[in-house]
Design a protein around this ligand. Structure first.
Ligand code: CMC
Length: 427
């Protein structure tokens, strides 16, 4: 028999609400008839207890520290797969066959170039603009360049828009970096893997050959895999909300990028590196930690809304972090030693232990990206690049759902009650 819950409204009327069961994770109370039956709204700022949609893409159990993409544990994907294969999995729901994988890789690599006019669009920005400011603008502008893939009711348009976004995002991300450093843009190289091509577009110069280091390519590919999706976080929910009105996919992804920019979300790995620079030296760690405990500021790269145990992505990234530092001979670099000291102290300090605050993926990904010579201002851009597939998979899932409705939350109004207008001379 299907489960229900009964609500007693002011001791009189009883309202019976169905309980829906997922394949994994918490059941949810279906409150769609609640307002009609009670005359009230529910109140849940920050969506702490609210499932905003049904989804088949990603599952997280924060208590157990589990993260699955389409049912596959993140550890297995990080170990055995590559980013483009994970993209296919997120979009289509299944791992590709050998032939499907080869076809997908070919199609993505054939869409890596951007419209030439887009390069002129960049020149309108100041050279010192934050790369995220450029990214949000340029991705939003894609709708002006690719007008033949904007009809969201047409499955072919949706498919082409998805390919275009996944293929062009690395090109645009690298262009943001090159422009802010006064460097010429590099054309993509379709003979390289997705991630090696990104490194080529970032770091190659016209003056000499550039061969991406395979250890570093693998590390960056892992960062991409680990950041590819994370169910209904702030930016994904933003993409869904923007898309629920029928907005085109390029505009929706630009909305996701805007949401990701905040320091409590995608800006965290940038904030980690800024924090390390502020602390400066291992000798300052103890006094810095006192400030954290006095709640003057937070220890960036620690804590997570969902994970109340070690973030599984953080464990993988920690391993990758050591591999990269070893490959580059940076084990004794003072900044990395400082990060490791912070990690050690926080993992043993009762303030963090009692609150179940563990290092999150951004603590380590910030260190890895910095070791790869990627400037701090580019960190959130890299996150946005990797998360684009998650955003677009959720957007696609939502648009394909026949029960999809425009997102329209309610509110608890606490402003002034009705009052009459007073002429400006009488106020
Ligand atoms: N440093 C110090 N104290 C913290 C921290 C931190 N990083 N995070 C949480 N706390 C404390 C907080 O003060 C509170 O203490 P008390 O119970 O005494 O009031 C307790 O831990 C619970 O915190 P909360 O703010 O209720 O937790 P939340 O779920 O609302 O916040 C968070 C989650 C990620 C915003 C927060 O942990 C934070 O600000 N972390 C630093 C920023 C960061 O690293 N963000 C990246 C998140 S992972 C990337 C992603 O998925 O987007």
């Amino acid at each position: 028999m299907s489960k229900t819950i009964k609500l007693n409204i002011e001791g009189k009327d009883e309202l019976e609400l169905p309980v829906l069961e997922g394949t994994l994770g918490n059941d949810v109370v279906d409150i769609r008839t609640f307002t009609k039956g009670s005359g009230m709204f529910t109140f849940d700022p920050g969506f702490v207890s609210t499932a905003s949609c049904e989804s088949k893409i990603t599952f997280i159990d924060g208590e157990k520290g589990q993260l699955y993409y389409r049912g596959y544990p993140i550890e297995q994907l990080a170990e055995n797969s590559d980013y483009l294969e994970v993209c296919y999995l997120l979009i289509y729901g299944e791992l590709p066959t050998k032939e499907e994988k080869a076809k997908f890789e070919k199609t993505v690599s054939r869409h890596t170039m951007v419209h030439e006019q887009l390069t002129w669009f960049f020149r309108g920005f100041r050279r010192d603009a934050h790369p995220m400011a450029m990214m949000v603008g340029v991705v939003g502008a894609l709708a002006a360049f690719y007008q033949d893939s904007l009809d969201i009711s047409n499955p072919e348009h949706r498919k082409v828009a998805i390919y275009r976004l996944i293929s062009k995002i690395p090109t645009i991300a690298a262009m943001c970096y090159r422009y802010s450093n006064g460097l010429p843009f590099n054309f993509p190289r379709n003979d390289l893997s997705y991630t090696a091509n990104f490194m080529h577009m970032m770091f190659a110069t016209p003056c000499e050959d550039y061969e991406p280091n395979p250890v570093l390519v693998k590390a960056l590919d892992r960062i991409f895999i680990l950041h590819a999706d994370h169910e209904q976080n702030a930016s994904t929910s933003t993409v869904r909300l923007a898309g629920s009105s029928g907005a085109n996919p390029f505009a929706c992804i630009a909305a996701g990028i805007a949401s990701l920019w905040g320091p409590a979300h995608g800006g965290a790995n940038e904030a980690v590196l800024k924090m390390l620079a502020e602390i400066g030296d291992v000798s300052n760690v103890a006094s810095f930690m006192e400030g954290v405990k006095e709640r003057k500021y937070r220890l960036m790269g620690f804590g997570h809304r969902v994970y109340r145990n070690m973030d599984p992505r953080a464990s993988i990234m920690r391993e990758t972090c050591y591999e990269v530092l070893k490959e580059l001979g940076l084990e004794d670099d003072p900044r990395f030693k400082l990060a490791m000291e912070l990690e050690k102290i926080a993992l043993n300090d009762p303030y963090f232990v009692e609150r179940k605050l563990y290092p999150n993926v951004d603590f380590y990904s910030g260190i890895v990206l910095s070791a790869l010579d990627i400037p701090v201002s580019m960190f959130t851009v890299i996150f946005a690049l990797a998360r684009t597939v998650g955003w677009i998979s959720h957007w696609h899932e939502m648009i394909s759902d026949p029960n999809q409705k425009i997102g329209r939350p309610r509110q608890l109004y606490t402003g002034p009650t009705r009052r009459d207008f007073v002429d400006v001379n009488k106020r």
